[in-house]
Each structure stands twice: as structure tokens, then as C-alpha cells.
Design a binder for this molecule. Sequence first.
Ligand SMILES: CNc1ncnc2c1ncn2[C@@H]1O[C@H](COP(=O)(O)OP(=O)(O)OP(=O)(O)O)[C@@H](O)[C@H]1O
Length: 192
Amino acid sequence: MPSRWMAHSSFSSDHFIGVDLLGVARAILGGAKIMSTCKNKVLTLVFVLRPGEVLLGYKKRGFAQGWWNGFGGKVEAGETIEEGAKRELHEESGLSVSNELDHVGVLMFEFVNDPVLLEVHVYRTYSYTGTPIETEEMKPQWFKHQDIPYKDMWPDDKLWYSLMLNGKYFNGNFKFEGLTNLLEYEINEITK
Ligand SMILES: CNc1ncnc2c1ncn2[C@@H]1O[C@H](COP(=O)(O)OP(=O)(O)OP(=O)(O)O)[C@@H](O)[C@H]1O
């Protein structure tokens, strides 16, 4: 009996325990990963358009300094994502938008060794009031579509700008190592 039990145990039971432990370990690790990554940082990114051109801002300080981008930033407590987008556009470019912005995409960015995911909501609009002004944070400039300075921008931008400029809806997932090394990505166009 003991030897049969031992024999049985040393095969099936160990095997079973092995699988089970692996499963438990996976569940714990998986759970921990989900818990640590579920806190997304919600950001906005607004593109003001006029026929054939897009307004970009040169980032003068802070995160991504020295690169061109749309206007946007963190959504603050008590405001909707779209309200945050309009506020950041005004703060960074001096432009105001009273109509609804066109919500064209959501981009998720993961950075290796950083548990916080960036959830960037992308908007576009042809409708605005005011004249772009240089602020402490951004220097605005109109660019023809063919002159967009992709080499001085986030590496993901060249992968989805054509969708945004052409009025398509999309989502994307990007994995970065540092600020310049894009390791993996996927972009999906969405039909509304
Ligand atoms: C990783 N690949 C990326 N590709 C394209 N655009 C990206 C991006 N990652 C972040 N962005 C955008 O860059 C702005 C940062 O804004 P950021 O300066 O951090 O926010 P905010 O102005 O609130 O910060 P401060 O309060 O000034 O620190 C914001 O529009 C955000 O959507």
C-alpha cells in the first residue's frame, strides 16, 4: 500500500501538484499584474485642423521636451475627458472650442518597468476660435500634412497620424522601452 501510494504519488500527485502550483503562481502573478496596471493615467491629445494642415505644438519643457505633438495633458478630477481636452488645448495654444470635439481614437501606451499605462484619448476639430499663441509650454505651428516633422515626434505618431488626418476611428496598443524604443504595437481602424 505505501509503495503503491508512493509510486502513485511520485507520478500523478507530483505532476498534479506541479501543474496546480504553476496555476496558482500564474493566478497570483496575473492578478498582481492586473492590479498594478489597472490604474491608467488618462490623457488627452487634440488636433486642430484646417484644410490640408494640422496645428502642432513644439514642447518647450517637461515630458517629451523638444518634440512636436498635438495639445493635451492629464484629465483633472471633476472634469470629463473632453472638458480636459478643451482646457489643455486652451492652456497650451490659446484656442477655444465650443462645439463637440470629434473623438477619433484611444491609444494605450505601456513602458517597460512602469506599471502605469497611459490611456490617450485623441480628438480632432476643424472648429475653433482664437489665434494660436506661444505659451510657456508649447510653441504652435501649422504643418502641411506632407511636412509633418515625424523625426522630432513620438515614434508612434507616424503610425497612426494618417488615420487621424483622414477622419478614421482607431485604437492602438504600444509598448515602449524608454521614450524612443517602440518594441511592439498594434493599431486597429474601427468602423463606426
Ligand atoms: C508614448 N507616446 C505618445 N505619443 C503621442 N502623444 C503622447 C504620447 N504619450 C503622451 N502623449 C501626449 O503627450 C502629452 C503629455 O502631456 P503632459 O505634458 O505629460 O501632461 P500635462 O500637460 O498635464 O503635464 P504637466 O501637468 O504639464 O506635467 C499629452 O497630450 C499626451 O496625450
